[in-house]
Design a protein around this ligand. Structure first.
Ligand SMILES: Nc1ncnc2c1ncn2[C@@H]1O[C@H](COP(=O)(O)OP(=O)(O)OP(=O)(O)O)[C@@H](O)[C@H]1O
Ligand SMILES: [Mg+2]
Length: 434
């Protein structure tokens, strides 16, 4: 597939406004030629392959965010602008719109059900859209907005446990969904910051959903897995059971709490505590050498002093234990711990603490691994830190939405049309640049 020379490719960009840093990732979308043939898939609505490659990353420290919420608009706009400039410079492209991640303690979720009569005695894509709309028809407080309606499974007449009902015969279609809502003011503030930085918001995406898209495989999702994005301010959780999102939750503790403990415990400034934690920290004090010493900066001009590394880890250990137990309690509340065939994936910057995975396996009693954003192509080395999982996941989410957009155009055009006109639709999507 060759592109017309000089033509701008189709871009997708993700903006993650985190508690400690603002990140923008830019990706280019390209089609895989073989799948332009609609006959290549059993289901032409989802048949074509588009892939996204990372081409740019920009990141700036954020001071205007607390636990995922904007508390200083000007500082946040400035950080977004800085991250944007850096990402645009690296990629060589200019962006005008972004998918924005939203997370933090204001996120709430619940389950709901919907039921409709199947129009033509055979389930089609528009029946799926209608039944999801029906499940969405629940009272949500005026100060909250629905962020996602995530279908869990479908039931056609008496047959339940169906994940893809398209093409099935029946008269009644039911679905159970997981609905995620966010505080309106939190959303409005994030949108305002992005727009004031000159970026149109294409949509808001739950932070841990984006992180999960970037760091767990389809197989893990099907077997059941909980993804925990351990950020600066909060640990944002999401559980997949049989491939669908079954639960989301937020634990209001993050890496910044570890840093504060170190600053207090070792009587050192925050910036130095942060550095020491990253370089020498370990969640299990017994894992470090008894005699190893590290240098700690003093406060108020006092001289640096040497301490045992073990003493640092003894400050960190109780916080790590508490955080993992809070996550464990949340898993128990959801009653899904026995459905996690693939265990738990820890991602986000704070999961990089040495010894945390080992402690996690001990606390959760299921397999635990560290999740890096590896489900994408392009400049993978640039984004392979767990701290970039959310921003990378936004590109995957954006790509999936673009695929859906193409499919919906196809649904509107009718089934036959899909077969004859698929290549043209993809071509139009790329502005004729193929
Ligand atoms: N090597 C490391 N060891 C321990 N902690 C680390 C390490 N590297 C980064 N962190 C911690 O990770 C946290 C930042 O993670 P991340 O970048 O995912 O947060 P964020 O997205 O800004 O915050 P949030 O998602 O909560 O809004 C910081 O508290 C930082 O101290
Ligand atoms: Mg984050």
């Amino acid at each position: 597939m060759t592109k017309a020379p000089g033509k701008k490719p189709h871009l997708i960009a993700g903006l993650d406004i985190g508690t400690t840093k603002v990140t923008i990732v830019i990706g280019t979308v390209s089609p895989v030629e073989r799948s332009l043939l609609p006959g290549a898939s059993a289901n032409p609505y989802v048949g074509h392959e588009l892939t996204v490659d990372v081409v740019g990353l920009g990141s700036a420290p954020s001071v205007g965010i607390r636990q995922g919420a904007v508390v200083n608009v000007e500082a946040t706009i400035e950080a977004i602008q800085k991250a944007r400039e850096e990402a645009e410079l690296m990629s060589g492209y200019q962006i005008s719109e972004v998918w924005v991640a939203v997370g933090g303690s204001h996120i709430k979720s619940f389950d709901s059900r919907g039921m409709i009569a199947i129009r033509n005695k055979e389930v089609r894509a528009d029946d799926i859209l209608r039944v999801i709309e029906a499940a969405k028809a629940v009272a949500v407080p005026a100060d909250r907005e629905v962020l996602h309606v995530l279908p869990r499974e479908y039931k056609v007449d008496e047959q339940d446990g169906i994940f893809d009902p398209i093409g099935m015969s029946g008269v009644r279609l039911e679905t159970s969904v997981h609905i995620v809502t966010a505080g309106q003011t939190f959303l409005q503030n994030a949108i305002k910051c992005a727009e004031k930085a000159g970026l149109r918001v294409r949509g808001m995406v739950l932070q841990q959903l984006a992180s999960a898209l970037a760091s767990v495989s389809d197989d893990e999702r099907k077997l059941g897995v909980t993804v925990v994005d351990m950020g600066g301010g909060t640990c944002d959780m999401l559980t997949y059971v049989q491939g669908s999102v079954a639960h989301t939750a937020v634990v209001p503790v993050g890496g910044q709490h570890f840093t504060q403990d170190v600053a207090m415990g070792l009587r050192t400034p925050q910036a130095s505590a942060e550095k020491i934690k990253r370089k020498h920290g370990c969640a299990i004090a017994d894992l470090v050498d008894e005699n190893e010493t590290i240098e700690v900066e003093g406060v108020g001009g006092r001289k640096p002093r040497a301490i045992l590394r073990k003493s640092l880890c003894e400050v960190i250990e109780p916080r790590a234990e508490e955080t993992l137990h809070l996550i464990q309690a949340e898993l128990e509340r959801s009653s899904l711990i026995n459905h996690l065939g693939s265990g738990i994936v820890l991602t986000g910057g704070a999961c990089q603490l040495e010894g945390l995975i080992e402690m996690g396996e001990f606390v959760f009693e299921v397999p635990v691994r560290r999740g890096v954003p590896d489900r994408i192509g392009g400049l993978t080395d640039v984004v392979k830190s767990p701290a970039h999982a959310t921003a990378v996941g936004l590109l995957i989410y954006g790509l999936n939405q673009d695929k859906l957009r193409l499919s919906n155009q196809a649904v509107e055009g009718g089934f036959q049309d899909v077969i004859t006109d698929w290549a043209q639709r993809v071509k139009d999507f790329f502005g004729g640049a193929l």
